[in-house]
Design a binder for this molecule. Structure first.
Ligand code: DQQ
Length: 545
């Protein structure tokens, strides 16, 4: 692959080489002063032997700002009978004295999935380089009636006022093993764990990987620590659907007395709920960052090129930019997501323009900006819906299917938005845009990311992504924030109400050949309220020595 180097990201986390997938996290340790060096720890699924999935171990990196990472040695190797075929996903927790603990899934020598625990060899090492697997491993095997190959990915632990610790493990149940479920385990001492019950299940949804269960405040952007309860919080259950390869979440009420979780909107997407990302993001996990009181979600983004391309590149997969998440007070079944503010430190030269018209059918280059490492903020004034003719067709399709069908082509109200990673002749372009369609409920706003012309390479997946995004009558503007980093485009609409991540592999829109255009393929003029574009510094990820 001649463009392998150009497609490597500059400010998204990647190992130096090889394969990476779903991960687990520990925040910096602030509870215990001996850890006060303020390191964020990222543990990720890593194949040391090559750029495809295989015998997985835990890679490890540390950062003081969630953006600049330093690679450390493997934290957990596949070296015991219970994890000999792979050290799979898990989570970090803190005991009350501040000791960090890892609980993870081992793929055993007989191909069963087991839950195991590891403790730091030296609690006074702020880098937590060495981990010791506890002698009582495995701490859990699949309970009777559950299949031992569908039992994995323990969550961060939380503790009830009854003194009992709790974790969830992803699984599936039912006659045909198709009912996705999160199994609750309890422990009085964090050492011996007992199966309690399924906390939540949804029929027909298949295996649930990487569950995540955490409290969120009813209002405000601050996060809360994992064991928070009470009337001021709701709980979020996120699962990674093995069938659909997407992360879904539901907001609901958790009762610690009965250990039951009741989603507020059980009907959403057949019970799976809402998506964190309508493009690519999987096996994401949140953690509570005590230093800044944020809840931060970190997700894995795989490639959209072929396995042969990954082998020739020598690497596969990246991490998304960590996202701060909080409950949307105006739509309390929804979370809002926004890139952590630390990424803004990478911003360098800025180009901005205000208040200009995008004529119907226009494609306008944004002068003065070239490059493949960008942070973009753009907002548009809402067009006058009154002028639009009554459509003959009332849509009941999903957002993605409308985006796919219509693409960035001519429509009445929109599409309008940006072309990024575009060549001057527009033969390569990734379109991120809005469009309005009429449905039975009235006007709806579509948010799309169209990769169909992103590359002249015919061997990459160029699926179009899209979703409806909520626009309230009080919203003054339609807005987008887009992070572009070589082969990844992460787009946040309406302040983080919907997010779409896409992977693209231009052959020509590389380095200084990549441009930005604004476009309006609608039949009505659109006013751009403002556009700000920053070139972004890259981050050198080094080995820690
Ligand atoms: N991959 C891991 C599993 C998890 C899945 C194995 C998510 O633990 O269920 O590499 O990507």
């Amino acid at each position: 692959d001649p463009n392998a180097t150009q497609h490597r990201t500059a400010f998204h986390f990647q190992p130096e080489q090889n394969w990476m997938n779903g991960q687990s996290l520990l925040p910096s340790l602030a509870l215990c002063p001996m850890y006060y060096m303020g390191f964020y720890h990222l543990f990720y699924q890593y194949n040391p032997l090559g750029p495809t999935w295989g015998r997985i171990v835990w890679g490890h990196a540390v950062s003081t700002d969630l953006i600049h990472w330093q690679h450390l040695e493997v934290a957990l190797d596949a070296d015991h009978w219970y994890d000999e075929k792979g050290v799979w996903s898990g989570s970090g927790s803190f005991l009350e004295d501040g000791t960090p603990v890892l609980i993870y899934t081992g793929w055993s020598n007989t191909s069963t999935q087991t839950q195991n625990m590891a403790l730091p060899a030296d609690k006074s090492d702020p880098l937590l380089r060495q981990w010791v697997k506890v002698p009582q491993n495995p701490i859990a095997v699949a309970p009777p009636g559950f299949s031992s190959d569908k039992f994995r990915d323990p969550t961060t632990a939380w503790k009830g006022p009854d003194g009992e610790w709790r974790i969830l493990v992803g699984s599936s149940e039912g006659e045909d093993n198709r009912d996705g479920t999160a199994l609750l385990y309890k422990s009085k001492d964090f050492s011996t764990w007992q199966f309690s019950r399924p906390l939540h299940s949804v029929n027909g949804t298949g295996m649930w990987e990487c569950p995540d269960f955490f409290p969120v405040r009813l209002s405000g952007k601050l996060g809360v620590e994992p064991s928070s309860l009470g009337p001021g919080v709701k709980h979020v259950l996120k699962i990674s659907s093995e069938d659909k390869k997407h992360d879904y979440y539901v907001v609901g009420n958790y009762s610690i007395e009965t250990d039951t979780f009741v989603p507020d909107s059980p009907q959403l997407d057949a019970g799976l709920g809402l998506r964190y990302d309508y493009g690519k993001l999987y096996a994401s996990k949140t953690f509570f960052d005590q230093f800044t009181s944020r809840r931060i979600n970190f997700g894995w983004i795989n490639e959209s090129d072929s396995e042969e391309a990954d082998v020739s590149k020598g690497w596969a997969s990246i991490m998304g930019i960590p996202r701060k998440i909080w409950l949307d007070v105006n739509a309390p079944t929804d979370l809002l997501q926004w890139p952590v503010e630390e990424v803004e430190k990478l911003r360098i030269s800025n180009v901005s323009r205000e208040n200009f018209t995008l004529g119907a059918g226009s494609v306008v280059p944004l002068e003065g900006v070239i490059g493949v490492q960008l942070d973009i903020e753009v907002s548009f004034e809402l067009p006058d819906m009154g002028q639009a003719p009554t459509p003959t067709e009332l849509l009941a399709e999903s957002g993605q299917s409308v985006c796919k069908r219509t693409g960035a082509e001519l429509n009445i109200l929109g599409p309008f938005g940006l072309l990024v990673l575009a060549t001057a002749d527009l033969l390569e372009q990734t379109a991120v845009y809005f469009q309005f369609v009429q449905s039975k409920e009235g006007w709806r706003t579509l948010f799309c990311s169209d990769q169909s012309q992103s590359s002249l390479d015919p061997y990459v997946d160029t699926t179009t992504y899209g979703t409806y995004v909520r626009v309230s009558e009080f919203d003054p503007l339609l807005s987008l924030r887009i992070l572009v980093d070589h082969s990844v485009v992460e787009s946040f609409a309406q302040g983080g109400r919907a997010v779409i991540t896409s992977r693209v592999y231009p052959k020509h829109a590389l380095d200084s050949s990549a441009r930005i255009f604004l476009f309006n393929n609608g039949t009505q003029n659109i006013t751009t309220h403002h556009i700000n574009v920053w070139n972004m510094n890259g981050v050198k990820m080094t080995n820690f020595n």
